[in-house]
Design a protein around this ligand. Structure first.
Ligand SMILES: *[C@@H]1O[C@H](CO)[C@@H](O)[C@H](O)[C@H]1NC(C)=O
Ligand SMILES: *[C@@H]1O[C@H](CO)[C@@H](O)[C@H](O)[C@H]1NC(C)=O
Ligand SMILES: *[C@@H]1O[C@H](CO)[C@@H](O)[C@H](O)[C@H]1NC(C)=O
Ligand SMILES: *[C@@H]1O[C@H](CO)[C@@H](O)[C@H](O)[C@H]1NC(C)=O
Length: 341
C-alpha cells in the first residue's frame, strides 16, 4: 500500500516536473516557435520576419493540384523553421465561405505546422508601391493574360514589402537556398521570375515595380515577368556568360546558375515524366522547376511508374505522395493551374 502511494507520488512529481519544464520552454517559443493559431495570422504577423517562402494562386481556385501540393509541402520540409505562406485569390472573394477543408490537398496543406493558406488581396498588397496607380487604373477583366500578369505583380510587391523567397507552384524544393538576395538564371544572361529572394525593401525590386508600370504591355508574354527581371539586371550590371558551375554576382544580388533550379531545361520538360537509369543526383540544385505551363497534355504522376517525378514526390513531398497519388487505374486529374509558369 505504502509502495503504491510512493509510486503515485513519484508519478505526480515527474508529471509536474515535465509541466514546469514545458512552462520554462514557452518564453523562448515566443520568439522561435511558429504561431499556434494559424488561421488568425494576417500577412504582417506572418511575413514580418522577412524569412517566408511565398507561393501564389491568382485564379479563384482553392483546390491545389498534386503538383502544387508537392511544391508547398517540399518547401515546408526544406524550411521547417520558416513560414511557408500560400496566398490564394479564391480565399478573399469567398470570405463568407469557410476554407475548403473537404478538398484533400487543401486539408493536407492546412495540417502542416509551418504552412499558412491566406487570402490574396491585391488592392492592399499594392498600396505604397509603384503598382498601386497601375492597379487602380486597370480593368482586370479586360486584360490579356491577367492571371499571369497579376501574379507577376503580386510576387514583386510581396517580396519587396516583406522580404523572403518567392516560388512558383511547380517548383519542388530539395535543399535550402543559401543566398539572401538572388535571381535565378534560366539561361546565360537571362533571368527567370519563377523563383527569387530578397531582403525587405530591396532597391532592385522597387525598380522592377517602377519598370513594370512604365513598360506595361500585357500582350507581350513575359514582358512583366522574366523579361522584366532580365531588363533590370542589365541596368544593374553587365551580364556575362556563366563559367562552369559558379554563380555570378551583380552588386549585392546573386545571379544563380541555371543548374540551381533548371537542371532540366524547358524544351526537355518531359524528362521529368520518364524513367531514368541511373537517376540524376541534382547535387548542384536547390529546387527543381517542373515547367508545368509546358504540360498542356496534362501529364500526371502515377504511383508505381518509377518515373523521375514519382521518385521526387516520394522523397520530397511524402504526404502528397501518400494521399494524392494513385496507381494507373485510379488516375489523378491533369495538373493544370496558374502561379506556375
Ligand atoms: C471543395 O472541394 C471539393 C472536393 O475537391 C469540391 O467538390 C467542392 O466543389 C469544393 N468547394 C468549394 C467551395 O471550393
Ligand atoms: C471591364 O471590361 C469588361 C470586359 O471587356 C467590360 O464588360 C466592363 O464593362 C469593363 N468595366 C469597366 C469599369 O470599364
Ligand atoms: C543593394 O545595393 C543597392 C544599390 O547599391 C542599394 O540601394 C541597396 O540598399 C543594397 N541593399 C542591401 C540590402 O545591401
Ligand atoms: C551527390 O551527393 C551525394 C551526397 O553528398 C553523394 O553521395 C553523391 O556521390 C553525389 N553524386 C554526384 C553525382 O556527385
Amino acid at each position: 500500500m505504502l509502495k503504491e502511494l510512493q509510486l503515485s507520488l513519484l508519478v505526480i512529481l515527474l508529471l509536474s516536473c515535465g509541466f514546469l519544464y514545458q512552462l520554462t520552454l514557452k518564453p523562448s517559443c515566443l520568439f522561435s516557435c511558429l504561431p499556434p493559431h494559424k488561421s488568425q495570422q494576417g500577412p504582417e504577423a506572418l511575413l514580418g520576419k522577412g524569412r517566408s517562402i511565398v507561393f501564389l494562386e491568382t485564379s479563384e481556385r482553392t483546390e491545389p493540384s498534386p503538383l502544387v501540393s508537392c511544391a508547398v509541402e517540399s518547401a515546408a520540409k526544406v524550411y521547417p523553421e520558416q513560414p511557408v505562406v500560400f496566398f490564394m485569390k479564391g480565399l478573399s472573394s469567398s470570405m463568407q465561405l469557410p476554407p475548403n477543408s473537404t478538398n484533400p490537398a487543401f486539408s493536407l496543406l492546412s495540417a502542416i505546422d509551418n504552412v499558412f493558406l491566406i487570402p490574396l488581396d491585391m488592392k492592399s498588397l499594392f498600396e505604397d508601391t509603384p503598382l498601386s496607380s497601375w492597379y487602380t487604373q486597370i480593368n482586370a477583366s479586360a486584360e490579356r493574360n491577367w492571371l499571369h500578369v497579376s501574379s507577376d505583380a503580386s510576387r514583386l510587391a510581396i517580396i519587396w514589402k516583406y522580404g523572403g523567397v518567392y516560388m512558383d507552384t511547380d517548383i519542388i524544393s530539395i535543399r535550402p537556398i543559401p543566398a539572401e538576395n538572388f535571381l535565378a538564371a534560366q539561361a546565360s544572361r537571362y533571368s527567370s521570375n519563377g523563383v527569387f529572394g530578397f531582403l525587405p525593401r530591396h532597391a532592385f525590386l522597387w525598380q522592377c515595380m517602377e519598370n513594370f508600370v512604365e513598360h506595361y504591355n500585357s500582350y507581350i508574354w513575359g514582358n512583366q515577368g522574366p523579361d522584366l527581371m532580365t531588363r533590370m539586371l542589365r541596368v544593374w550590371c553587365k551580364l556575362e556568360d556563366f563559367q562552369e558551375l559558379s554563380d555570378l554576382r551583380c552588386l549585392n544580388v546573386s545571379f544563380l546558375h541555371p543548374q540551381r533550379f533548371y537542371p532540366i531545361s524547358y524544351p526537355e520538360w518531359r524528362r521529368y515524366y520518364e524513367v531514368w537509369s541511373p537517376e540524376p543526383s541534382f547535387n548542384d540544385s536547390y529546387a527543381l522547376h517542373l515547367w508545368n505551363y509546358m504540360n498542356q497534355e496534362g501529364k500526371g504522376v502515377v504511383r508505381g511508374s518509377n518515373t523521375l517525378v514519382e521518385n521526387l514526390y516520394r522523397k520530397h513531398c511524402p504526404r502528397t505522395y501518400r494521399d494524392l497519388i494513385r496507381g494507373p487505374e485510379g488516375s489523378v486529374a491533369g495538373e493544370s493551374g496558374t502561379g506556375n509558369k
